[in-house]
Write a protein that binds this ligand. Structure first.
Ligand SMILES: Cc1cc2nc3c(=O)[nH]c(=O)nc-3n(C[C@H](O)[C@H](O)[C@H](O)COP(=O)(O)O)c2cc1C
Length: 168
């Protein structure tokens, strides 16, 4: 199995490269993969979330044998995030994973920045209203929403690595 990923601001790329190194799997960008992989390739697909959709997923599902899929977004991981990920993305029988990446406002155009700021406004306001009652996690989330930041961490790959072991 190989890893194929798409990444606009670098968070999915970081995870894909970390996972590839840890599991000794070849890693391709979606464009490289489209030039190099044959249709029988077994692929672990990773892509960034835009309005709930995993970028590049449909292209990959049509092209290769998708073994598992991972969405990377700015939302906190949890049941709610997983439920909406499942609702908005067709992955067939493949297992679906989620990793929290980050938010890089300086690396996206003004229109996308505005869209994200609009969508996250209520979360931002609710977190701001909590004041000193914010937990460290909530503070980190608020800092990321206000200024950008990364939640990429090697430990987050654990459920994916555990799943890969069940196939070995
Ligand atoms: C226009 C736009 C829409 C986004 N929509 C979502 C979303 O629905 N859910 C989410 O968790 N993150 C969303 N994000 C945040 C990105 O998915 C997040 O920054 C991700 O880590 C980007 O990965 P990348 O650096 O590999 O491109 C959105 C970002 C942009 C610019």
């Amino acid at each position: 199995m190989v890893i194929v990923y798409q990444s606009h601001t670098g968070f999915t790329k970081e995870y894909a490269q970390m996972l590839g190194k840890a599991e000794k799997m070849k890693t391709y960008t979606l464009e490289e993969a489209e030039r190099q992989l044959l249709s029988d390739a077994q692929v672990f697909y990773m892509g960034p979330l835009t309005a709930g959709h995993i970028g590049g997923l449909d292209r990959s599902m049509k092209r290769w044998k998708i073994q598992a899929v991972c969405g990377v977004g700015m939302s906190q991981p949890g049941e709610g995030t997983m439920a909406s990920l499942r609702r908005s993305n067709y992955v067939g029988d493949a297992p679906l994973f989620y990793l929290q990446g980050g938010w890089a406002p300086k690396k996206v155009g003004w229109l996308k920045r505005r869209m994200v700021n609009m969508v996250t406004r209520s979360t931002r306001k609710a977190l701001e209203a909590k004041g000193s009652a914010r937990t460290p996690q909530e503070q980190a989330m608020l800092d990321m929403l206000l200024h950008g930041g990364s939640f990429v961490a090697f430990e987050n790959l654990e459920p994916i690595r555990a799943w890969l072991k069940t196939r070995a």
